[in-house]
Design a protein around this ligand. Structure first.
Ligand SMILES: C[S@@+](CC[C@H](N)C(=O)[O-])C[C@H]1O[C@@H](n2cnc3c(N)ncnc32)[C@H](O)[C@@H]1O
Length: 280
């Protein structure tokens, strides 16, 4: 297995840039959101997550790797639930807090800097957890899933999306292609179903959304071409070309069957889980 294969990210800077109107226009075309998203979660997928997680007024959702608020703030607006947003880049958290205030979510939203693999919460604090393409941006995947389990109540539900290696690269060309693609840590070493079980999560549903991931990237490439001059002015020639090349390589890696994107829906194993999904 290759430990870390994809291109590096600079989320601190990306969250600032993503607030530019030009980027928000593109985001709307690609995902149907305007929060400055860096995951590939579409608006439809966020709505489906709200339904699977049974989000509603009075429930509290922990969003890890929350970035600038997508999709947690959208989920709070949609369902009326409370949200706790945790991530490391302060730029994203600041933008999320400002957006929460603008959207009237101040009293239902808290924001904190925290490492998903070492959470600053007591055991059994949450009944709903969500994260979008976070595990593929970090290497301590098992630690994060175990931390999620520690802070989850028995029977709590968790949903996450993740981009992973669908097969081993065959040779140096494919290894190079993965190095030029995103995200930075797609290799989990074992299947996520195994990791979830080891961390005491019961897998309820596994959904392959690779086709939608590919469609989003194709739209992003098209929209970037259509706005090339404005993007070059904002990012500079080199940065713009590097971003586009990373997307092209990611598309090529998906087409070759090297990368896939999936959604996992799980329930905390424990006394409440024995009776099925509907108890948390
Ligand atoms: C692809 S982005 C998704 C952000 C946001 N949820 C969205 O949909 O736009 C992945 C996020 O995971 C965060 N992340 C990476 N490693 C982390 C860690 N150890 N603890 C918490 N967050 C982490 C990154 O800072 C980044 O904001």
């Amino acid at each position: 297995m290759v430990a870390c294969v994809g291109a590096a990210c600079n989320f601190e800077r990306d969250y600032e840039i993503a607030q530019e109107p030009l980027f928000r226009e593109i985001e709307l075309c690609v995902r149907g959101s305007d929060y400055g998203a860096t995951s590939w979660t579409t608006r439809d997928q966020a709505e489906q997550a709200a339904a699977r997680l049974g989000l509603e007024r009075g429930r509290r959702l922990l969003e890890l790797g929350a970035g600038s608020g997508w999709p947690a703030l959208f989920l709070a607006t949609l369902s009326g639930c409370d949200v706790v947003l945790a991530d490391l880049p302060l730029s994203g958290l600041r933008i999320a807090r400002e957006r929460a205030a603008r959207d009237g979510l101040d009293s239902r939203c808290s924001v904190l800097a925290a490492d998903g693999a070492a959470l600053p919460f007591a055991d059994r604090s949450f009944e709903r957890i969500h994260h979008a393409d976070v595990l593929c941006c970090m290497d301590r995947k098992r630690e994060m899933l175990c931390e999620c389990r520690r802070v989850a109540r028995a029977g709590a539900r968790m949903e996450f999306s993740v981009i992973s290696l669908a097969r081993e690269p065959a040779g140096d060309d494919e290894r190079r292609l993965l190095q030029q693609s995103g995200p930075p840590h797609p290799d989990a070493g074992v299947d996520y179903a195994v990791l979830l079980k080891e961390c005491r999560w019961t897998l309820l549903e596994r959904i392959d959304v690779t086709g939608e991931f590919m469609r989003c990237m194709e739209v992003l490439i098209q929209e970037s071409h259509a706005r090339r001059a404005a993007l070059v002015e904002l990012l500079g020639d080199e940065d713009h070309a590097e971003r586009l090349e990373r997307r092209r390589c990611t598309c090529a890696a998906v087409e070759r069957g090297l990368l896939r994107r999936e959604i996992f829906f799980a329930q905390a194993a424990g006394p409440a889980a024995r009776h099925g999904v509907g108890l948390a």
